[in-house]
Design a protein around this ligand. Structure first.
Ligand SMILES: [Fe+2]
Length: 303
């Protein structure tokens, strides 16, 4: 199981795509109707889709999986009775699978039979430009993050990796987290994190953003759980986006830490302590994009 992409709907997909290509470093992959698809240098056909709508919302966050994993998901989701719909993807990479709405409204899509593309080479360090490789995590705000962690363990066969005062980190493979639920008191998109090649690429990304007039809302820094380096920005079209690198790999029997295992010394909220955090700006941005289901659930999910 791998996190692949996020599908966002918003009024100005062309403007959002222009920022994400010209400044953030993604590459235009395809355009189908009013929907723009952007990719990284890795092998996924796209990482972000921007669809034109009047409002702004998260249509889905997409994971790719095997046929066996999809069959297991369908059986457990049907048994649990979560709203779900069988789908055939018309996005790049195609595939077939399932759209499912989690208890607080988070919408995930699981696709099997998807195709990949050749990686992009040639983002040389001599260039000021950087490019993300892929998504590394998509984090959601939750009214009850603890319940969401249990729900995705039970029904999706994900695993909680760590619990902190602020977050429940969840993995779907050996990466410490591919998603997480923030203890926010409301449900929405918290942030979208893009994997960079290495620490140097994160730092050069901060430089390229600075060249373009953007300062981090938080970072650079290094998190506790996952041990990844981060720099968070508020995208001009709304959501919080992150350059990140090297989320820790964990074994299948990794023992989930509790909030008391993840405390900081005074005046620290990361390992380095070198940057301020724009709490208010990030909070406002985190409230903008919420999941929105505009489809009817199937009465029964076809296997
Ligand atoms: Fe993150």
């Amino acid at each position: 199981m791998k996190l692949r992409s996020i599908e966002l709907a918003l009024p100005d997909p062309a403007g959002a795509a222009a920022f994400m290509v010209d400044v953030w470093g993604l590459t235009a992959a395809d355009q189908r109707g009013d929907t723009h698809y952007l990719r990284g240098t890795g092998t996924f056909p796209y990482l972000v889709a921007f669809e034109k709508t009047d409002g702004e919302f998260v249509r889905s966050t997409t994971f790719v999986c095997s046929e066996d994993e999809l069959a297991g998901l369908k059986a457990r989701i049907a048994a649990k009775g979560w709203p779900a719909r069988s789908v055939v993807s018309t996005d790049p990479g195609e595939g077939h699978g399932l759209l499912v709405e989690l208890p607080e409204g988070t919408i995930l899509r699981f696709l099997a039979g998807t195709s990949e593309v050749a990686p992009i080479e040639g983002f040389a360090k001599s260039s000021k430009r950087v490019s993300p490789v892929k998504l590394t995590h998509v984090v959601f705000n939750a009214a009850d993050a603890e319940a969401m962690g249990h729900a995705v363990e039970d029904v999706l066969d994900f695993r909680v990796s760590d619990r902190t005062k602020g977050m429940v980190f969840v993995r779907c493979n050996d990466s410490h987290h591919s998603t997480a639920f923030a203890r926010a008191g409301f449900a929405s998109l918290n942030h979208i994190a893009f994997e960079m090649d290495d620490l140097d690429a994160v730092m050069r990304g901060i430089g390229w953003m600075r060249d373009n007039g953007f300062a981090p809302a938080w970072g650079p820094g290094r998190h506790g759980p996952g041990d990844n380096v981060y720099a968070y920005y508020i995208a001009p079209f709304g959501p919080v986006i992150e350059y990140s690198t090297a989320v820790e790999k964990v074994p299948a029997d990794y023992q989930a830490g509790a909030p008391d295992d993840w405390t900081w010394p005074e005046q620290r909220i990361d390992q380095w302590g070198i940057s301020d955090k724009d709490f208010a700006g990030l909070r406002t941005a985190e409230e903008r994009f919420r999941c929105h289901r505009d489809w009817d659930a199937d009465e029964t999910i076809e296997n």
